[in-house]
Ligand binder design. Structure first.
Ligand code: PLP
Length: 403
């Protein structure tokens, strides 16, 4: 390996929410006691990585800082968009139109903007559940209603959409938007082309705009290839695609994402209301990784594959009644501990307090999180092993307690 993913980087005192902000953002009771000093808790909750970003990103940022002016900046020369489109061509065999590509400060802000631009108070938005919690606030902040379409999970952990339920939901004329999480957070399911076609056809038939949040799309298991939903429907202007180098290259704090809006009217409304100012350092980093980040990403994926294999093995050995399947995508492990934990236990608080591991329990997601925990595996293997041992011990301790 050319890159060192085993290295433990101390993130304390960098204002990282993963380590410096977890009390306020993660714990139900921010004053909760932990079995260790805060700095020694193992952060496996928020979806950013414990790995240093790609050297190409660092070099590009340092290079930009060498030029000592940081005034108002736009992506005027379209080097950023060209690098992004070239990335899309290499990685997905799909090239969005240059004029459809807009910068955004993040996917979550983009979702808020799209809801504002497209919907009226009282409109409804459908999401699969369990769902990433900010989907709820992006929808409800505008007085719109979030409608849930629960995913089906089989005994082996495989996930699929309930197309009949989705079809019934979409016929409500108040439903005007479907936010698709592709691949899906938290389950890590990568939708097949057939599933994508079926869901999209249902939306088109009911005049429902699709916002396809593809932020996790580069983090696939080695050998898999992502199909952007919009690639399957080249003629449609009813799919907004959200992508970003932030998840792929651990640049979330830089606040830059790509939103692709083929519909002329929605795009014009976006451009009317949002001046496309960008942070010059973010622009340099994102342009560099899209142009030259492939090698780092491939090594990252191999490292993640091995982390998933380790989790799989440890669960088979020590928690055989848990339900876990190595996901198609994301660096997130979604583990059902229903066979061990009492219903209603706040899993986030329990594991923090008992094992000093900061993870997200099912209660952190929009509906249907059940007795699952979501573990962020984008961390050095030694850390993963230590955390997982703590989680397993804490789970077994529960199983031995009288119910
Ligand atoms: C599905 C999904 N969308 C969006 C985001 C956040 O996007 P951003 O940081 O660009 O606002 C996340 C982060 O975890 C996510 O999982």
């Amino acid at each position: 390996m050319s890159f060192d993913f085993d290295r433990i980087v101390d993130r304390t005192h960098t204002n990282a929410i993963a380590v410096d902000g977890f009390r306020e953002y993660l714990l139900e009771d921010p004053g909760q006691t932990l079995p260790c000093p805060d700095a020694e808790a193992i952060a496996m909750w928020v979806a950013d990585m414990a790995f240093a970003t790609a050297p190409v990103a660092l070099e590009a940022m340092l290079d930009r800082v060498e030029h000592p002016l940081f005034g108002y900046t736009l992506s005027l020369d379209s080097e950023f968009e060209d690098a992004f489109r070239s990335w899309c061509r290499r990685r997905y065999g799909w090239v969005p139109d240059l004029e459809h590509c807009l910068p955004a400060p993040g996917i979550v802000p983009a979702l808020y903007n799209l809801v504002d631009l497209v919907l009226e108070s009282g409109d409804k938005v459908v999401v699969h559940t369990p769902a990433y919690e900010p989907f709820r606030s992006a929808v409800t902040h505008r007085g719109c209603e979030l409608i849930t379409s629960p995913l089906t999970r089989r005994a082996d952990g495989r996930v699929s959409a309930d197309l009949d339920q989705l079809a019934a939901t979409l016929t409500d004329p108040a439903v005007r938007m479907f936010i698709l999480c592709h691949p899906h957070n938290p389950t890590g399911h990568a939708w097949s082309d057939d599933e994508l076609r079926a869901m999209a056809e249902l939306c088109f038939a009911n005049g429902v705009l699709i916002v396809s949040d593809e932020i996790h799309c580069d983090l696939l298991r080695t050998g898999r290839r992502h199909t952007p939903l919009a690639k399957l429907f080249g003629e449609s202007d009813q799919i907004v695609t959200c992508m970003s180098s932030s998840k792929t290259f651990n640049l979330a704090g830089l606040g830059l994402a790509n939103v692709i809006i083929p519909n002329d009217e929605i795009r014009a409304r976006w451009q009317d209301r949002h001046f496309p100012m960008v942070n010059p350092i973010s622009l340099a980093a994102a342009t560099a990784v899209f142009a030259r980040g492939d090698e780092w990403l491939e090594e990252l994926k191999s490292y993640l594959d091995a982390n998933f294999a380790l989790v799989d093995q440890m669960l088979v050995d020590r928690l055989p009644a848990s339900v876990f399947r190595v996901p198609d995508a994301t660096y997130l492990a979604w583990i059902d501990l229903g066979a061990y934990v009492p219903t209603g236990l706040n899993l986030t608080s329990y594991f923090a307090q008992r094992s000093g591991v900061l993870l997200e329990g099912g209660e952190k997601f929009v509906a249907d999180g059940g007795d699952c925990i979501r573990l962020n595996l984008a961390c050095p293997r030694s850390q993963l092993e230590e955390a997982l041992t703590g989680i397993i011990d804490a789970t077994l301790a529960l199983a031995h307690e009288p119910r």
